[in-house]
Ligand binder design. Sequence first.
Ligand SMILES: Cc1cc2nc3c(=O)[nH]c(=O)nc-3n(C[C@H](O)[C@H](O)[C@H](O)COP(=O)(O)O)c2cc1C
Length: 308
Amino acid sequence: MKTKITEMLGIEYPIIQGGMAWVAEHHLAAAVSEAGGLGLIGGANAPGEVVREEIRKARELTKKPFGVNVMLMSPYADDVAKVVVEEGIKVVTTGAGIPGKYMGMWKEAGIKVIPVVASVAQARLMEKSGADAVVAEGMESGGHIGEATTMTLVPQVVDAVSIPVIAAGGIADGRGIAAAFMLGAEAVQMGTRFVVSKESIVSQAYKDRVIKAKDIDSTVTGMSHGHPIRCLRNKMTREYLKLEKEGRPFEELEYLTLGTLRKAVMEGDVDNGTVMAGQIAGMVKKEQTCKEMIEEMMAQAEALLGRK
Ligand SMILES: Cc1cc2nc3c(=O)[nH]c(=O)nc-3n(C[C@H](O)[C@H](O)[C@H](O)COP(=O)(O)O)c2cc1C
């Protein structure tokens, strides 16, 4: 399926794997790219040299293009921004801020810059700053979220900007992809479904929690402080939400979640850790390879869109 995004990024299918902290490392990114989508290495709060190492390891696994998600609030953002240029990365997605400061350097290096946005205003701002496309991410998503849903956000962003729009949040099968195209998207970004892929290094306990999750098993922590995160309900979220309701300061709540995504992803502690996943977890029912997932979803989407 050819779209403005597949042409722009030189990929076979309009499917991007979100740059997920701790989850989106070289195995996952390479597997998604090898299967014809676009894999992303999640820069998160990692130092530049760690990201460089991840890029090099991914290159050993695939010759196809993959990108890096640069978290602009990371203390290492300046380093990571340079590393992607030095390593010849051609696609960067950004989160948590405006990439304006790096735009000149990235453009000069021929990098396609794709910020993640949660509102029309952010999308317009990113277009003005020189972004090549935007990911419009609805609040159904796993991880840090905005306030609008994918269904309402995507068509409004599509109407507001002239650069291509990638839909994210709550998409995990061919129906979701077809729906995103109907809303005007040129590609989709998915996180939750790829968390349970065979190539994902996420602990088995984490994958099992996602696979067993029902439609209403996710919750949002940090809403009252303006830092909402969607994750699956567990002991940690119950404690967090209790304290949040009591009006405890943000710093205290932040301290409670320090290192907890790592704890769930790497150590499999799904009671005290943060099990980030989106509302669509209820529909994610099996572990498959990225190739199986992508081929299955694309066959379904193409059939629904009447392209085959
Ligand atoms: C475990 C997890 C970690 C995530 N971490 C990040 C991150 O570090 N940076 C980012 O831009 N998005 C992050 N996201 C969001 C994804 O990149 C993606 O946009 C989102 O998962 C799409 O929605 P879905 O979960 O409904 O597929 C994360 C999502 C999950 C599930």
